[in-house]
Structure formats: structure tokens, C-alpha cells
Write a protein that binds this ligand. Structure first.
Ligand SMILES: Nc1ncnc2c1ncn2[C@@H]1O[C@H](COP(=O)(O)OP(=O)(O)OP(=O)(O)O)[C@@H](O)[C@H]1O
Ligand SMILES: [Mg+2]
Length: 310
């Protein structure tokens, strides 16, 4: 693998005028005309102090899960963190197509499916990507077999694989951050992702009927907490493709009521961000000057403790 040339992701220089203000409570009294998107970081919010596993989940299609996964991964990788992304979506043209796992020639290829069926360890299913500091556990269409065959212990499979891996590395994951990109469903693989996560990150597309989706996700989170992962927290909600509207503000208020402990990150709608998947590049690489790249960069900085303290 040593001959692989990996692209280093650059740090972003965000003009001060493009940075969003960070507040710890909304000022509900601000009139609509002068209202600006703000990042809400409640005073109870705890940034990650050690390795952390995030499950990026919303069963609603197109809510921004893959974009959020890729942009946080690239932002942390640019800061020198060792990041692993796990593609838990069996759709084609998703994360695995985008970050291009580099498979060795001389070994059989594994994917997340192999981990569920106990055919290999998580680390054996982890491959470098073309980007420095980002490795990936790829998905495949046959990940669907998990839902059909329901292998014994599937709900716990990812959590156990992560725990075994940490145990084999002196009690600490070899990665600073693991991000699991969920599928648009609340099936067994998504439950396994929530069971493995320290925190859920929820992308909500502003303008969609996402409040309804949020209610079903909430039921699943409650169920996972009761049955398989009592420590699961809602770490942050991303309002993706945000633009100024009464609805965006309503959605933001509802989210802060339901998840008072979660950070809330508006990610401004950007044509350049929408182009990035077509160019098969992270937004950060395709359009580093875009507001979407800047907003994800700010979010990534606030989610990790060392940076928040800087
Ligand atoms: N800030 C943004 N501005 C404009 N377009 C965006 C923004 N964020 C995401 N998009 C676009 O929204 C679409 C859906 O995003 P994405 O693929 O990340 O959603 P998803 O939840 O992973 O979808 P799926 O449920 O199919 O896996 C993509 O075309 C993406 O480029
Ligand atoms: Mg996706």
C-alpha cells in the first residue's frame, strides 16, 4: 500500500464575513428581516475528548447524510485526525463510489457485509481512500443480505467489531473518529449503526417533510437506547441546504425543543455543493470557497474538543 499517492486535504481559509455566529441560545425576538443563520451550541454540549463514533442517520432519502459524512471526514482529515468512514448504505453511487477505496491486488475484497457475517474483522474490511487520513469500510449491493438473512447478533455486530478492534489496540481505536453513513431506512443495518454509535448526527433537509421523518427516527433512537445502546446521544442536527425562510426557523425551533442537548448547524444551500457529487469530489475539494464547505468546516471544528478550546 506504500506506493499509494494520497491527496492531502487543505485547511480552509474562511473570510470572517462567511463564518456563522455561534450562540448558546436563540434570540427568538430577532425580527425576520435581520435574522441570520447561527450555530447553536447549548451550554451542556460536550465536544469529543477522545475517540468517538458518530452514526449519521435519517431514514429520509436525500437529507444530506452522505454529504455530511464526507464533509466532516474531510474537515477532520485536513486537521490531521485519523478518520474512518463506514458506508452502511447499500445503494450504488453512494459513499464508496465517491471516496474510492484502494483495494490491494493480492487479497480478497471485503465490505461491511463481511463484518456482519463474521467473515473478517472491521480492520480487515478497512481500506485507504485517495485522501490522506481517510480510510473506508466500503459497502456493496449485497449488504441487503443482512436485512434478508438477519445473521445472529446483527444488531450488535458493528458495536462488537469496534470493541474488539479497540481491545486489540490497547483499548483505543486506531482512528480518532469513526463516521457511519446510514441508509435511507431504519432497518437492521441502521439499528446496528445506532447501537455502535456514541452519538447520532441527524441531517435534515430544510424544506422537505423532515419533521415527520424525525418522529420515526426518534422512536428508533428511544428503542435503541432501551434495548442495545443506553449511552446513545443526539450530538448534532444539521439543517442541510439551508436558506432563509420561516420554515427553516420553525424547523430549528422544533429541533431545539426536541433535542435541547444537541448542537444545531445550519449548512447553507449552495449550488457548488450540489455539483460536487456529479464531479465525484467532496465539496471541500470541489468548491473550497463555498459557504457549504465553510459551514461544515466550522461544525467539524466545534464537534472536536481540542479545536473548540483553541
Ligand atoms: N448545502 C447543500 N446545498 C445544496 N445541495 C446540497 C447541500 N447538501 C447536500 N446537497 C445535495 O442534496 C442531495 C442529497 O444529499 P446526500 O446524498 O448527502 O443525501 P443522503 O441523505 O445521503 O441521500 P440518501 O438517503 O439517498 O443516501 C445531493 O445531491 C447533494 O449534493
Ligand atoms: Mg447517502
Amino acid at each position: 500500500m506504500s506506493e499509494l499517492t494520497r491527496t492531502a486535504l487543505p485547511a480552509l481559509t474562511i473570510p470572517p464575513g462567511d463564518r456563522l455566529e455561534v450562540v448558546s441560545a436563540w434570540d427568538e425576538a430577532t425580527p425576520y428581516q435581520s435574522w441570520r443563520p447561527q450555530i447553536l451550541v447549548p451550554s451542556t454540549f460536550r465536544p469529543a475528548e477522545s475517540t468517538r463514533v458518530y452514526a449519521v442517520v435519517n431514514q429520509k432519502g436525500g437529507s444530506g447524510k452522505t454529504t455530511t459524512t464526507v464533509e466532516l471526514a474531510t474537515a477532520w482529515a485536513a486537521r490531521g485526525r485519523r478518520v474512518r468512514v463506514i458506508d452502511a448504505d447499500d445503494q450504488e453511487a453512494a459513499l464508496s463510489e465517491w471516496l474510492l477505496p484502494q483495494y490491494p491486488q493480492d487479497r480478497p475484497r471485503h465490505s461491511l457485509r463481511s463484518v456482519f457475517f463474521d467473515e473478517c474483522t472491521l480492520l480487515e474490511a478497512t481500506y485507504p481512500t485517495l485522501f490522506e487520513n481517510i480510510d473506508i469500510v466500503p459497502s456493496s449491493l449485497d449488504l441487503k443480505r443482512v436485512e434478508y438473512d438477519r445473521p445472529i447478533g446483527a444488531e450488535m455486530a458493528l458495536a462488537s467489531a469496534l470493541r474488539q478492534e479497540a481491545e486489540a489496540h490497547g483499548g483505543r481505536s486506531p482512528y480518532d473518529v469513526t463516521l457511519i453513513d446510514g441508509a435511507p431506512s431504519l432497518g437492521l443495518v441502521t439499528v446496528a449503526a445506532l447501537t455502535a454509535g456514541d452519538q447520532v448526527l441527524v441531517p435534515l433537509a430544510v424544506g422537505g417533510l423532515d419533521l415527520k421523518a424525525m418522529a420515526s427516527l426518534d422512536r428508533t433512537i428511544t428503542h435503541v437506547r432501551a434495548k442495545t445502546n443506553p449511552k446513545l446521544e443526539v450530538g448534532a442536527v444539521f439543517l442541510t441546504a439551508w436558506d432563509k425562510s420561516g420554515f427553516a426557523r420553525q424547523l430549528a425551533s422544533k429541533v431545539t425543543e426536541d433535542y435541547p442537548e444537541a448542537a444545531l448547524f445550519p449548512i447553507r444551500r449552495s449550488v457548488r455543493a450540489a455539483e460536487a457529487p456529479i464531479a465525484e469530489q467532496p465539496v471541500r475539494a470541489w468548491a473550497p470557497e463555498s459557504t457549504a464547505a465553510a459551514d461544515y468546516d466550522q461544525a467539524a471544528g466545534l464537534l472536536l474538543a481540542r479545536e473548540a478550546a483553541e
